[in-house]
Unconditional design. Structure first.
Length: 475
């Protein structure tokens, strides 16, 4: 167990503990791995007012100092890489090798936020370009939006926090962070690095814990100017309806799929698809859930995918060669098994054994599924992938697009015309060619259409979300 196991509240830069706490148990060992104070509405109101009252001070800090701040945090993360990785594994059961990768990505996200802001600026305006105008000195610039509320999920409990707070802080805002209740300690440790940095902007970052009641208070308050949320569609829908007149950035669910063309490299496609479907036990918004395979290669591809899936090591997340650990909760496991049994009762076939032990559900490849089965049409968020034979790319595109979600789709093909057709006709925020839809680069604009969300993440695009455009005219 880590030396620090107790998360605390940050009222701005002031750290506060409470006797009334909530315990977090490891989804693998079931042992208590962290605790956090139980917060109430009064805590939220106090924290929001601290952020509001500190806006002028935060905005006045030199950009060079804010850049030094983020780079100092990135350096300290690198020094404490193993401790942060172990904390991720403790709280959410992510295999330790993937936890290390998440820490490394977090470092890159923070550095990239600083580097991006150094080069973001506005433009001059030719105010005499129209007959109705006149010659002035005119330009527009980006200014901090104000108080940012960041609400983050369990599946990437470090890097997705960084994707919100680093762009928000580097652009001169004050941030109130509410991390997932499943992983309070990793968020606390990151916030502590920011707050205790010698370059920190005083009271620019606060940390509060809680579930729906706390989240609702943060969202409905008139103080925040931006709500940045990553999580489920039902919660995102509530936020969009209750936030009022403020910016709302939502990164929600997905039902990602791919098409395996008859010209694709079957072995390569199967290997990549096994990784895309079962990374993080399928608990990824862009986890590969639907695989549409050209009917002429369906059987060969199915055999190859089953073979690759059986090679994945499942079990103890603290072992370096473990690929997949437990799901986050019993509820998640029970829902997945329920949906599998429902699909089988309706004629689907499990091509790999359905093997559950506690919160560990071994990867399941399903065949003979129909489009109306829950494991196909809903977001599974579990280690389940479904194979569907199709006649051609046109049919695959229609089936992929016939979904309320539109986060990322992909195609495996060596036919350039099919590549172009997929790019032109896939209805999704991201399109990948000869790669799984589960790939995300932290520098890219990331987000979806339809129920998959509103707005884009990635440092440059998050900075745009967290700033306002201000026009200046000097006559």
């Amino acid at each position: 167990m880590n030396l620090i196991t107790k998360a605390k509240i940050f009222f701005g830069s002031r750290e506060v503990d409470r006797e009334n706490i909530r315990e977090v148990k490891s989804p693998y060992s079931y042992q208590t791995v962290s605790t956090h104070p139980i917060c109430d509405i009064n805590d939220v109101d106090e924290i929001l007012n601290i952020a509001k009252n500190n806006l002028k001070f935060a905005r006045e800090q030199k950009l060079s100092k804010r850049c030094d701040w983020l780079l100092d945090v990135a350096n300290k993360l690198l020094i404490n890489r193993e401790d942060f990785a172990k904390t991720i594994t403790d709280e959410v059961g992510k295999p330790i090798s993937f936890s290390r990768i998440e820490v490394d990505r977090c470092i890159e996200t923070i550095k990239l936020s600083a580097e991006t802001m150094r080069n973001m600026n506005g433009e001059t305006i030719n105010s005499d370009a129209m007959n109705s105008g006149k010659k002035t000195i005119a330009f527009w610039r980006r200014v901090p939006a104000g108080v940012i509320v960041a609400i983050t999920p369990f599946n990437f409990p470090l890097n997705l926090v960084a994707h919100k707070i680093a762009p928000a802080l580097i652009s001169g805002n004050c941030v109130v962070l509410k991390p997932t209740p499943e992983a309070p300690l990793i968020a606390y440790k990151l916030a502590k690095l920011f707050i205790e940095s010698p370059f920190a902007t005083r009271d620019a970052l606060s940390l509060v814990y809680g579930d729906a009641e706390i989240g609702s208070r943060l969202v409905t308050s008139d103080i925040p100017r931006v709500i940045s949320f990553t999580g489920s569609v039902p919660v995102g829908n509530i936020i969009s309806k209750s936030a009022g007149i403020k910016k709302v950035a939502l990164e929600l669910g997905g039902n990602s799929g791919t098409f395996i063309d008859e010209t694709a490299d079957i072995e390569y496609s199967a290997k990549r698809c096994s990784i895309g479907a079962f990374t993080n036990a399928g608990q990824v918004c862009i986890s590969l859930q639907r695989i549409y395979v050209h009917k002429n290669i369906y059987n060969k591809f199915a055999e190859a995918l089953v073979r690759e899936t059986n090679l994945l090591k499942v079990g103890n997340p603290y072992e370096n060669d473990t690929f997949m650990g437990p799901l986050i909760s019993e509820e998640s496991v029970n829902r997945a098994v329920r949906w599998l049994n429902s699909a089988i009762s309706e004629g689907a076939k499990a091509l790999t054994p359905i093997d559950q032990n506690g919160k560990i559900l071994k990867p399941v490849v399903m065949g003979d599924v129909r489009d109306d089965m829950a494991i196909v049409c809903e977001e599974v968020f579990a280690p389940i992938v479904s194979l569907i034979a199709v006649d051609n790319l046109e049919m695959a595109i229609n089936k992929l697009n016939d979904s309320p979600y539109g986060l990322q789709f992909s195609i495996f093909t060596n036919n350039i015309k099919n590549m172009q057709k997929a790019i032109d006709e896939f209805e999704s925020g991201g399109i990948l060619i000869n790669e799984i839809p589960t790939v995300r680069f932290d520098i890219q604009p990331y987000g979806g259409i339809k129920l998959s969300g509103v707005g884009r993440e990635g440092p440059r695009f998050a900075i745009e979300e967290f700033t306002e455009i201000q026009t200046v005219v000097i006559a």
